[in-house]
Unconditional design. Structure first.
Length: 335
């Protein structure tokens, strides 16, 4: 009985972390600690990109399940590594402090005392080493093109916060997410599974890339009061909050318009229109972006001062899941 209760307690802890990015109350078990350190709550965004690639290619001649799964694990580990490195680089250049949102909406790995800076660097290195092993295996099977996809993703992800480029500080962080979560992730996994990739697949990667970018835009709008005084020129800092909210709304509605364009062009199967069932969620989220954030967080709100980002994430999660469902229906019934 005690063992069952212990297992249920662990599962409850993991659900808490995955839902809020925050650790549960009480003693932190090793898995929950790792989920917090890696910001595992946002990893489903990368898993969705992998599923889009797999479902687009699963019925194509020569689809290789093993290489597809290997590439999917590879991009998930790349996302983990990116999260770890971002915390290291932002801490190193002085962006992350005890009063910056990164340390307010969830524990910062180093500032909270969960892990030392050197151990965090070791963890990032270890993840990158494992990912390098996966890349070597994919190179042996598919050649240099798959390396080009992976290297481009790594360089953009590292340059997002790392000197000297620091894309986030130059208003280029948001476009970089569009490129990484779209053509690079979806195109790269598709190429690993099949050994070729065409314009239709790269075009089909764009709807979900728009959703991923909307989440980052929301997060940077939330951080605007801190980023602007520090000279971190994210796109919301450059555009201002009202215009940035309109741009984010445009990214979210763009998801649906791009699907409408790509279905007649043959880049997406018609069942992908199932994604339009997320419009009621978009309507609710849209209203949130019509107004400034509240002065105080609602009761029991766990990730303050983030406000727009979690709302954009709710829409991304629903619309992305329905998009995947539509692609799955097309794959199963071969539409």
């Amino acid at each position: 009985m005690a063992r069952v209760e212990s297992r249920q307690s662990l599962l409850a802890n993991w659900r808490t972390v995955l839902a809020t990015s925050n650790p549960p109350e009480g003693t932190l078990d090793p898995v929950s600690r790792w989920l917090v350190l890696t910001r595992a709550a946002v990893l489903p965004m990368t898993l969705t990109a992998a599923l889009v690639a797999g479902l687009l290619g699963v019925n194509e001649p020569g689809f290789h399940w093993g290489l597809f799964l290997l590439a999917s694990v590879g991009i998930l580990l790349a996302h983990v590594s990116n999260n770890l490195m971002n915390d290291l680089f932002d801490l190193g250049v002085g962006t992350d402090t005890d009063t910056y949102p990164r340390a307010l909406y969830a524990p910062h790995p180093v500032l909270s005392g969960m892990i030392s800076r050197s151990r965090l660097a070791t963890a990032a290195l270890a993840v990158n080493v494992v990912d390098l092993g996966i890349l070597i295996a994919l190179f042996a099977a598919r050649g240099w093109v798959v390396v080009a996809f992976a290297l481009a993703g790594f360089l953009i992800s590292a340059a997002y916060t790392a000197p000297p480029l620091r894309l986030k500080k130059r208003g280029l962080g948001e476009p970089s997410v569009l490129v990484v979560w779209g053509p690079l992730m979806v195109g790269g996994v598709y190429y690993a599974a099949l050994g070729h990739v065409g314009w239709r697949v790269l075009a089909a990667s764009l709807p979900y890339a728009l959703l991923a970018t909307s989440v980052l835009m929301g997060k940077h709008i939330d951080k605007l009061p801190w980023d602007a005084p520090e000279g971190t020129r994210t796109l919301p800092v450059l555009l201002g909050a009202p215009a940035s909210r309109r741009v984010t709304q445009g990214l979210m509605i763009g998801f649906y318009f791009v699907i409408l364009i790509l279905v007649p062009l043959g880049a997406l199967p018609w069942p992908s229109l199932v994604a339009f069932a997320a419009l009621p969620v978009l309507r609710r989220v849209w209203r949130t972006f019509e107004r400034p954030p509240p002065a105080e967080p609602p009761p029991r709100y766990p990730i303050w001062p983030l406000w727009y980002a979690p709302h954009a994430f709710v829409h991304t999660r629903r619309a992305g899941a329905l998009f995947v469902l539509g692609l799955a229906l097309a794959a199963v019934f071969k539409f």
